[in-house]
Design a protein. Structure first.
Length: 500
């Protein structure tokens, strides 16, 4: 009833004659002969079902599991009816998706809810999700930026959430086709224009304007401890502050889902310790938490903090709390290795370099005031650089007099004037001792004088006699005879061939 055809490129197809007498083709693409044979059997079962009006359960399950594109190809031949896809509205799907994310943190779910409101506001509450196209996705980005809902970086973050929503819709079969938000930039980039380094003089004025010790401590924890103000200070416990070792444990709700990043140990920095001690003296007996007033995670600390800054006579800077933390990491990286500072701050090197580390006016002034010290970092490697001796400049004269150089004066008398070694070229013959009677040719090193010092006279005379007699015949042919023998048979070595 059906047959398997093969194209020139190796792809296979199923051929059969339909009810209308026309020859139909279902292209399978690249597959094995066995797979094509199994597919042919299923097509023959569908043809039989069209004739008899009955379809067994096994074929029904096979049809239900077919991908959309294969089902559409079979439906075009008349063997199957086109699938009826349910059209769910965008708002309905997003509400259902967010409701199923009960294991997410509250702040994460708030971000999901905000992205849902903006999507519904842009496309409409009753817009079917299947009607959202790639062009609509681009309009959503312009909608957020144009209406002042988000800056470019925040718009990219919401674009990433929208891509996540539609990926889930595709997985559930609610949305057909490729992800419309695929290809849109969603990675968050640092906005350098909103970075600000908060000097210590500035933050001290702000701390003095704080209404109580708890507020002074929170500002100090952000600027001198590098803590994430909204989440980490409320988790500080007095039992986890070790005054003896000078360390404290900081719990991080933001990174607790990562193995080994639920908490970190940081030093009680000298700038932070006075404010921590003041809060400890004012704490109630038996108090567990360091921060007792502003413990709600949704507390609006930014508005109150901005009022404190203005009260201190300081102009508010962008990203009030984040730039305090970034200023501290920038300071610490000048004195400590980067991996150590990142461990204290609870972030990675890539995140620190992209969003935290800053180039300040003090860095530029330091470069203008002091020359580079051999490419070494001055602050971060001070101990190492102090142990290193700076490289001497090339010279062609003797060493400097005592007092200007640290060399030992007793050895200076033996020093000779330095000369360029490239001017004295080596002979092409090498560095071995010269062959007897030759200047440019070399032979093995022989030191008759040292041999006579190391061996007894009879042994030395006998060894040298046998060796030198054999060499004398060679020398008499090519060179004038240089070695003579005494009446006792001992060789007489001229002084000019004593090499050592």
């Amino acid at each position: 009833m059906a047959s398997i055809g093969r194209d020139k490129n190796g792809h296979r197809r199923i051929l059969f004659v339909g009810e209308n007498g026309r020859r139909n083709t279902i292209r399978l693409g690249k597959c094995t002969e066995k797979q094509a044979e199994a597919f042919k059997i299923r097509i023959e079962a569908l043809i039989a079902a069209r004739i008899t009006g009955q379809q067994d359960d096994e074929v029904s399950r096979w049809v239900a599991g077919l991908p959309d594109h294969i089902h559409t190809r079979i439906a075009k031949t008349g063997l199957l009816s086109p699938r009826q896809h349910r059209s769910e509205s965008l708002n309905s799907f997003l509400q259902r998706y967010i409701a199923n994310q009960a294991d997410r943190k509250p702040n994460t779910r708030n971000s999901y809810e905000q992205a849902r409101r903006w999507l519904v506001r842009c496309f409409g509450e009753h817009r079917p999700i299947n009607q959202i196209t790639a062009a609509d996705a681009g309009e959503f980005v312009q909608f957020m930026v144009g209406n002042g809902l988000a800056a470019r970086s925040s718009a990219r973050r919401k674009t990433g959430l929208a891509k996540q929503f539609f990926k889930a819709a595709i997985r559930e079969g609610v949305y057909r086709g490729s992800n419309p938000f695929e290809g849109l930039p969603c990675n968050v980039r640092a906005d350098k224009s909103r970075q600000a380094f908060i000097e210590r003089e500035t933050i001290e004025k702000v701390i003095d304007a704080c209404p109580n010790a708890e507020w002074r401590l929170m500002v100090a924890l952000a600027r001198y401890g590098g803590l994430r103000v909204n989440t980490e200070p409320p988790e500080l416990r007095w039992s986890e502050i070790d005054w003896v070792t000078g360390t404290m444990r900081v719990r991080s709700p933001k990174t607790e889902h990562i193995d080994g990043h639920g908490s970190r140990i940081i030093p009680i920095f000298l700038e932070l310790r006075p404010y921590l001690e003041d809060a400890y003296k004012l704490a109630e007996p038996g108090a567990e938490f360091v921060i007792t007033t502003y413990r709600q995670k949704n507390a609006n600390l930014r508005t109150t903090f901005e009022k404190i800054i203005r009260r201190a006579g300081v102009k508010p800077w962008p990203k009030l709390w984040h730039n305090l933390r970034a200023s501290r990491q920038t300071e610490l990286c000048r004195r400590h290795p980067e991996h150590v500072v990142c461990d204290w701050m609870g972030n990675s090197r890539s995140v620190a370099r992209e969003h935290y580390l800053q180039v300040t006016d003090a860095d530029i002034q330091r470069a203008l005031d002091k020359p580079c010290n051999g490419g070494q970092v001055e602050d971060g490697g001070a101990a190492q650089n102090a142990a290193q001796q700076p490289a001497e400049m090339a010279r062609s004269n003797p060493q400097m007099p005592t007092g200007q150089s640290g060399k030992v004066p007793d050895l200076r008398a033996f020093a000779d004037t330095c000369s360029d070694l490239h001017e004295n070229q080596m002979r092409p013959a090498g560095v071995e001792p010269a062959t007897f009677g030759s200047v440019d040719r070399r032979s093995i090193q022989l030191s008759y004088e040292r041999m006579s010092m190391c061996f007894p006279a009879p042994l030395t005379n006998g060894l040298l006699s046998s060796t030198c007699r054999e060499m004398q015949g060679f020398n008499e042919i090519f060179n004038p005879p240089l070695i003579r023998f005494s009446s006792a048979g001992a060789p007489v070595v001229p002084p000019e061939i004593r090499i050592w």
